[in-house]
Ligand binder design. Structure first.
Ligand code: FCX
Length: 435
């Protein structure tokens, strides 16, 4: 791993100096005003974080180090015979800011394969849960159990200098990413396939090996995994999973502890769990009407019923985005190529045709367009991964790439503990009375 790590450090040192200069010259420049409404309403729109790995534009969607999803699909290295980007390449890009060569990507694949061995006690922790436990609960517990392996925690205890933090956080992050597919696949096979586990194949890339351990050897599914694990990796820093990882990491909790925090946040239905909710919502619709191909009129009524019941339409809306999520579009393109006639995929497309106008007509939903979660379940289901409560685990494996690359940056740049100011309503009332 030596040379990727050295390259990262070299680039991070330059960036660190640039930040010092920026703060020295412009540290007092205002980047925004904060209203009382923002303080009460989820800090929406307040600029208060630095996340180097990606940037979200409300109309254009996500850019990773300046590259949009179509650009990444075009430019990142592919597996032999494949058309979708290898997530190893995205990780390299997020970490270094540079587009990787095929060799860089193979290097990362090989490193992760080498480090993928999961200690037995982690499996024991998973086994101690009832099989009925939600996969995300088992996943979070397993990551926490892996914390015994933290090189950062050990080095900190031994008394390292602040200047070395990044090095151990980097090592922990690489090892953690390497082990996640094995943990996730273990949970899947335990819960849904009678505990018949499949050993890793170290010759495969990270995504293909994951697909193999899950028990899916179809080339189309491997391609889907490469795309899926790429597009879910990062969505700038303010979303719950990224922010939680960053926040906990700022207390110098090691990458295992920090990433667990991110994953417990991803497990919420307004965040990563929405992918599970979407497929349940569609399946309920299909069941209620007794057809797997409901008409647009039937879908429209179902959306109105959902809203009238005071529930959210899962997969629609976003705190930042104001247009169709390009991650949705990328999956739609994949589906057009690989499974255009699939009944659930077609239902997803029909929902897309009718939902935005209905959501818009409520007058309160700021973004009536689909997000990443609106499409992913239908693709997984097409290839036979039908157990929707596992979907968020897949999201989590991917999200590790972005939030852990960011954690490396946090420590390389020496970011301090995060500690924003909070107020009471009593304080707010007195403040407005005085102003
Ligand atoms: N269906 C019904 N109502 C919705 C809605 C939806 N899809 N999206 C927003 N609303 C409602 C909100 O609940 C809120 O209602 P309230 O005023 O009665 O509390 C109102 O519209 C204004 O919310 P808005 O400002 O548009 O949205 P927020 O930034 O507060 O919330 C999320 C953003 C994503 C949480 C919201 O749109 C939602 O709940 N969507 C459905 C769940 C979902 O798909 N989540 C995944 C998001 C993402 F892609 C991810 O993290 O994975």
């Amino acid at each position: 791993m030596g040379y990727v790590k050295d390259r990262f450090k070299e680039i991070a040192d330059i960036q660190s100096q640039e930040i010092k200069n920026l703060i020295a010259q412009h540290g007092e420049t205002k980047v925004g005003d904060v209203t009382l409404a923002q303080v009460y309403q989820g800090m929406r729109g307040i600029t208060g974080l630095v996340t180097e790995t990606s940037l979200l534009d409300s109309n254009e969607g996500i850019r990773f180090r300046g590259f949009s999803i179509p650009e990444l699909r075009d430019r990142l290295p592919k597996a032999e015979g494949g058309n979708e980007p290898l997530p190893e390449g995205l990780f390299y890009l997020m970490l270094t800011g540079q587009v990787p060569t095929q060799e860089d990507v193979e290097h990362i694949s090989a490193t992760w394969a080498r480090r993928s061995h999961v200690p037995n006690h982690v499996f024991d922790v998973i086994e101690s849960f009832p099989v009925s436990s939600h996969p995300m609960t088992q996943f979070c517990a397993a990551i926490l159990a892996l914390q015994t392996e933290s090189k950062f925690a050990k080095a900190y205890e031994e008394g390292i200098s602040k200047k070395q933090y990044w090095d151990f956080v980097y090592e922990d992050s690489m090892t953690l990413i390497a082990r996640l597919p094995r943990i996730a696949a273990y949970i899947y096979r335990r819960k849904y396939k009678n505990g018949e586990h499949i050993q890793p194949d170290g010759m495969l890339d990270w995504s293909a090996n994951f697909a193999h351990m899950l028990g899916f050897n179809d080339d189309g599914f491997k391609e889907l995994m490469r795309l899926y694990l790429t597009i879910h990796a990062d969505h700038e820093g303010g979303n719950v999973s990224a922010h939680a990882t960053h926040l906990v990491g700022s207390a110098l909790s090691d990458p295992y502890l920090s990433f667990t925090a991110g994953m417990t946040g991803l497990a919420g239905p307004l965040h990563g769990l929405a992918n599970q909710e979407v497929i349940r919502w569609i399946e309920e619709l299909q069941k209620e009407l007794g057809t797997d191909r409901p008409t647009k009129e039937q879908i429209a009524q179902y959306i109105k019923d959902t809203l009238a019941a005071g529930k959210v339409v899962p997969g629609y809306g976003h705190a930042v985005l104001r247009k169709t999520d390009p991650r949705f579009t990328a999956q739609m393109e994949f589906a057009k190529k690989h499974c255009p006639d699939d009944a659930t995929v077609q239902t997803v497309w029909n929902v897309y045709e009718v939902a935005p106008a209905i959501l818009e007509s409520t007058g309160k939903i700021k973004n009536p367009w689909p997000n990443v979660d609106a499409h992913s379940g239908s693709l997984l289901k097409h290839y036979g991964l039908v157990e929707e409560d596992f979907y968020t685990v897949l999201f989590g494996v991917s999200r590790a790439l972005g939030v852990l690359a960011s954690l490396c940056w946090d420590r390389a740049l020496g970011f301090p503990i995060e500690r924003p100011k909070s107020i009471t309503t009593e304080w707010a009332k007195q403040f407005v009375a005085k102003n």
